[in-house]
Write a protein that binds this ligand. Sequence first.
Ligand code: GDP
Length: 527
Amino acid sequence: MNQTATIMQNEVDKRRTFAIISHPDAGKTTLTEKLLLFGGAIRLAGTVKGRKASRHATSDWMEIEKQRGISVTSSVMQFDYAGHRVNILDTPGHQDFSEDTYRTLTAADSAVMLIDSAKGVEAQTKKLFQVCSKRGIPIFTFMNKMDREGRDPFDLMEELEQVLGIRSYPMNWPIGSGKQFCGVYDRVRKQLELFQNGDHDHIEVRKVSGYDDPIVKEIAGEFLYEQLQEQLQLLDVAGDEFDLEKVSKGELTPVFFGSAINNFGVQTFLENFLELAPQPQPRNSSQGEIEPTYEKFSGYVFKIQANMNPAHRDRIAFLRICSGKFERGMAVKHIRAGKEIKLSQPQQFLAQERDIVEVAYPGDIIGLFDPGIFRIGDSLSQGSEIIFDELPTFSPELFSKVTIKNALKQKQFLKGIDQLTEEGTIQVFQTTSGFDELILGVVGQLQFEVMEHRMRAEYGVDILLYRLPFQFARWVIDDKLDPSKFRVNSQLVKDKKDNFVALFENEYAMRSAMEKMPQAKFLETAP
Ligand code: GDP
């Protein structure tokens, strides 16, 4: 291997790019912050969400957007730890949930699934899990809030299997929970990690010969000791074996119990994760699989963020580097546009500010200043034209009728709707009943708000949105489509390309339509 190839291999080997998936309030912000602290990327804890200390927060613009009521951000954070370069893709929680969230997951090579141990698998976790699972990426589970009275750990494992269909392997096991929580037994390193309330700068670790070591009894007390014996024996006998191959395929998830807020179990988790999680993986393209070590630069845009900095009204295109070395100022082919462009102002998302990047490697995410030339899914490459496989699209789940406040602005209104829906995250449908009404479909509520905001800011148009009761959209393929069949709890509309789309108020309405039209095909996304 020549020297350049060796450097490249090393850079790829040390990188880990992952997303944290969870339901709001499970503790994602808290965990992210602790991880960043280990990496020394931020100096202050408690500032990711804090306004006052926003200069230290993971991303200032995120805060700015929150103040303006539009936080669509899924930021990227980078730090170094124990010889690894770590990229965390933040997926927005709460109502910010959108198609962006799903797409961001395509840029990750693995996922960390964070679960509130008192609540188990919640709705949003399930949705995000399914997207990861379809890609077959490894998923690592952190069972959070062990300092609180939580559910039985076996119950939680059972739920992973029942609800998500994934087997699990506990890497450590909690001793007691809530007020009685005294720590975890590390099954891999055979040691006790002892819990105290408050932020753990250092965790007291006791090496033991096994979980039946008398030291365990001494520390945990008779009752918890016996409980632990029973539980771990059961795990040894009836539990899954650890199998890295299965972990890599996303069939088995290593589970870690801990408490993010107390910084308990986070470091062990991080260290194990970095060891077991995959380095940047190849991506499929028009030229077959592109290995990260392929010498020519290539990447794709998975997200476009508008108005990141209100002073500049700029847009940032987030690009995942798939192969080769990125160097500032390099010329690359923008395949769809058929142009060569210079990447002169790239930004990397270090925790504190938007730094200009000089070099970056596969697995890294860079932010490209976008004067309007990029679309989600665009491929950039050096040398031969590599077009990465299209990003998945997702079926909208929320619908609103959209109208204009001031009828005189009809032209700008239509232009705005047309251009903004072109970006791909919001879909527009037209009613077929003759009134020519427009309906917007989105994955997350916040997308409606962003739409409203951008129509006003960029097109000078005030829009009105009326929420409609539909929950599902299905593209209907049928030669002899009979629109009269979509009257009860459903409506037939057309998308931008004149495809028929049926909107349904509930699953029952959808199922009965499918039963009534066995010859028709009902697709979740546009054909
Ligand atoms: P996010 O919505 O997933 O980003 O969740 P946050 O990180 O904001 O956490 C939600 C709430 O859970 C906050 O009040 C946190 O202080 C709390 N929290 C996070 N981790 C823990 C934990 O380990 N134990 C307890 N008791 N609370 C926690």
